[in-house]
Design a protein around this ligand. Structure first.
Ligand code: IPE
Ligand code: MG
Length: 228
């Protein structure tokens, strides 16, 4: 979800106005994805690197998080959406950590769409914590180095037990991954749009779905094999 600040600046508004609008768009996108049968939606809300922003902006983002979690959790549960926060939560204020756990508990019994909020998340952080888990098992004598497999690494990442993403969407015109789900995106189709996140809408989302449908996913094979 990129481009909140630039969207606001173009309207002579403070950057934080862009974040407020961004929350509204996120809400709408969750609603559309749930309706369209998306199984897992991951929103990159706050990266491990976003702490470097001006302190006022960071505080606004924290407050927006808290209020959105508090406001939306019950509605998510009502719509059968299960929320889960991925990332290093220990970096957040305690109040926000509590709010995250509460929202997860409220939606824990939902069986519909899984909504992952990546917060204080970084793909490299995820790989580090995964390696630490496996390293610990090796150190405990529970695992042999040569027994490490792709599946095992997948199972200690923060997206354990979830399918790998089919489609990645980045708004705001930048063409990069910026430390999102590095391992998980290996075969994901990438879609980039110039639209800023606050102006991302159903039309643009449907366009991304259509583009995705036209792609041929070969997973290293050739066209004829896929079609057979
Ligand atoms: C994305 O918009 C929102 C967050 C990272 C929280 P930005 O804040 O990165 O907006 P730009 O890229 O400066 O326009
Ligand atoms: Mg940005």
């Amino acid at each position: 979800m990129d481009g909140n600040g630039r969207w606001a600046k173009a309207r002579y508004l403070p950057r934080t106005a862009g974040h407020h609008q961004g929350v509204k768009v996120a809400r709408k996108v969750v609603e559309i994805c749930a309706r369209e049968g998306v199984e897992v939606l991951t929103l990159f809300a706050f990266s491990s690197e976003n702490w470097k922003r001006p302190q006022g902006e960071v505080s606004t983002l924290m407050e927006l998080f808290i209020s959105a979690l508090r406001r939306e959790a019950k509605d998510l549960a009502k719509n059968n959406v299960r929320l889960q926060v991925i990332g290093d939560r220990s970096g957040f204020p305690e109040k926000l950590q509590d709010e995250m756990s509460t929202a997860e508990k409220i939606t824990a019994d939902s069986t519909g769409m899984r909504l992952l909020i990546a917060a204080n998340y970084g793909g490299r952080w995820d790989l580090i914590q995964a390696m630490q888990q496996l390293g610990q098992r090796i150190q405990n004598g529970e695992l042999a180095v040569e027994d490490i497999t792709e599946t095992m690494i997948g199972s200690v990442l923060s997206t354990a037990n979830l399918p790998e993403p089919d489609l990645f969407i980045r708004t705001g015109g930048e063409h990069r991954i910026s430390n999102f789900l590095l391992w998980q995106l290996a075969y994901t189709e990438l879609f980039f749009t110039e639209k800023f996140w606050p102006e991302f809408d159903e039309d643009e989302l449907q366009k991304a779905f259509q583009v995705y449908q036209q792609r041929e996913r070969r997973f290293g094979m050739i066209s004829e094999q896929i079609n057979a």
